[in-house]
Design a protein around this ligand. Structure first.
Ligand SMILES: Nc1ncnc2c1ncn2[C@@H]1O[C@H](COP(=O)(O)OP(=O)(O)OP(=O)(O)O)[C@@H](O)[C@H]1O
Ligand SMILES: [Mg+2]
Length: 252
């Protein structure tokens, strides 16, 4: 069932068109990655979905309701974890819930424990490493009551090993909590490892250039990254991303 539907979405800044008649939909519980060149308008798309920006044209629907230009319907995690420095970690992760007056400290504590942050519940963000901050910000997004979670390159600032650990942790957590995730990344491997579906955007003005349904079964483990079949798909997605036939929509 479609949960989030984006239709005919266009956005310009001044006389520069960033998104042009973009269409995409995400089903309930689905993990969808958006892959596109730098500057193609991925973060702009998230700002529109989150209601921080209003579209020039088109509509965003959540469960059939129009949410374009409205805030508070989507849980959004920006690229740099925006933890509040004056709140400890426990109070940071329950922030989204507090805004909706539904704080559930027990679940928050349980998730912090599973994320290996049990010793840091009362610590302040400046006492955490980059990966720990990412996990805390992610738990906050997950605990927020909204059903759709938008993650904008959440792991791009991490080293390769931490990134892989975080990917596995994210997958495990997502498999348990089954939120609907829209995930922006530059990284083909990451998109293939995590997603049910990958939407490939053209360069600016962004349009959907191709869509790939990821064939790997779940639960997925790190060893998948070394399989021939994984390389085959990596090549396929790379070719789609770099092909110049922008007007051509491929469904695999
Ligand atoms: N508020 C704004 N005002 C004017 N131009 C903007 C604004 N926000 C974004 N842009 C422009 O829109 C284009 C797309 O930016 P956006 O941040 O959406 O790209 P992106 O795909 O997220 O890139 P990256 O992968 O590097 O994060 C860029 O050319 C950027 O300069
Ligand atoms: Mg961006």
């Amino acid at each position: 069932m479609t949960l989030l539907n984006i239709s005919n979405l266009s956005k310009s800044f001044g006389n520069e068109t960033i998104l042009a008649h973009l269409n995409l939909s995400v089903a309930e519980g689905e993990f969808v990655s958006i892959l596109g060149p730098s500057g193609s308008g991925k973060s702009t798309l998230f700002h529109l979905v989150g209601g921080i920006l209003a579209p020039d044209e088109g509509e965003i629907n959540l469960n059939g309701d129009v949410i374009s230009g409205k805030r508070g319907y989507i849980s959004y995690m920006p690229q740099t974890p925006s933890l509040l420095p004056w709140r400890n970690i426990l109070h940071n992760v329950t922030l989204g819930q507090e805004l909706q007056r539904k704080a559930d400290k027990e679940t928050a504590k349980d998730m912090l424990m599973k994320a290996g942050l049990q010793q840091y519940m009362n610590a302040y963000p400046n006492e955490l490493s980059g990966g720990m901050k990412q996990r805390a910000a992610f738990i906050r997004a997950l605990l927020s009551p909204q059903s759709v979670l938008c993650l904008d390159e959440p792991f791009s600032a991490l080293d390769e090993l931490t990134r892989q650990e975080m990917q596995e942790w994210l997958l495990g957590t997502w498999e348990e909590y089954k939120k609907t995730i829209l995930f922006v990344t530059h990284n083909i491997e990451e998109a293939l490892f995590l997603s049910d579906r990958i939407i490939i955007l053209s360069s600016k003005p962004a349009q959907v250039k191709a869509e790939v349904t990821v064939p790997f079964s779940r639960p997925r483990e790190k060893k998948l990254l070394l399989e021939d079949e994984f390389f085959k798909w990596k090549r396929k997605v790379y070719n789609l991303l770099t092909s110049t036939a922008d007007e051509y929509i491929t469904r695999t």
